[in-house]
Design a binder for this molecule. Sequence first.
Ligand code: TMP
Ligand code: ASP
Length: 235
Amino acid sequence: MQKREKIYEGKAKIIYTTDDADLLIQYFKDDASAFDGKKKGSIREKGILNNGISSRIFLYLEEQGIKTHFIKKLSDREMLVRNLKIIPVEVVVRNVIAGSLSKRMGIAEGAPLKDTILEFYYKSDELGDPMLNEDHIRVFELATKEEVEILKDQAQKINDLLLAFLSERGIRLIDFKLEFGTNKDGIFLGDEITPDGCRLWDKETNEKMDKDRFRRDLGKIEESYQEVSRRICES
Ligand code: TMP
Ligand code: ASP
């Protein structure tokens, strides 16, 4: 499958059309950004590692009955995916207090949650991805009520599956972000599942193995992505 026209370039990925209107190629870059693009950098071979990690996770989710946009890994940095109309609502799933939830509630990172928390954010770089509730989503017609129910159900199922998959590989899933999209066959999980959009802590030491190492200048960034890749792709 050949790349045709570049139709989108984001912070970490480029999207190309193919000869088939139903399929796109997702190319993973090494660029990293945080804090609405105010912090920029590059993580060596991140694109290769993230393509491998995301491919492995999408394959697992597909095997477990989750509809994803993933068709196959094409090369080191390229993945063939379904062409989706992205729903402009990011779904964040939280199992442990961290990041913006820790700030908002004034509770230290690492404190357990008695139940999973789902949050919605408006996918808008200009606005800095503001938080939404279900009324905002419905009234501003970002998604229908039925679609929101599917997003919530799928996010919970994906969380249960990933918690088990990662735990078996010595990784605690603290929180993560999902994006969904639609085509004529329904709603599919899109985008990527990588250490860029998940908080992953070592099960034994609680050491951070994700993009927080870049956001917070914690060092050992490449090593952490490599270790996540080793645990996920080699087993
Ligand atoms: P937060 O604590 O900053 O709200 O992030 C929660 C999780 O969602 C974390 O794993 C990082 C991920 N995330 C993204 O991937 N992109 C985003 O734009 C945001 C806000 C969060
Ligand atoms: N949306 C965030 C940003 O680039 C993503 C992140 O912090 O991971 O500012």
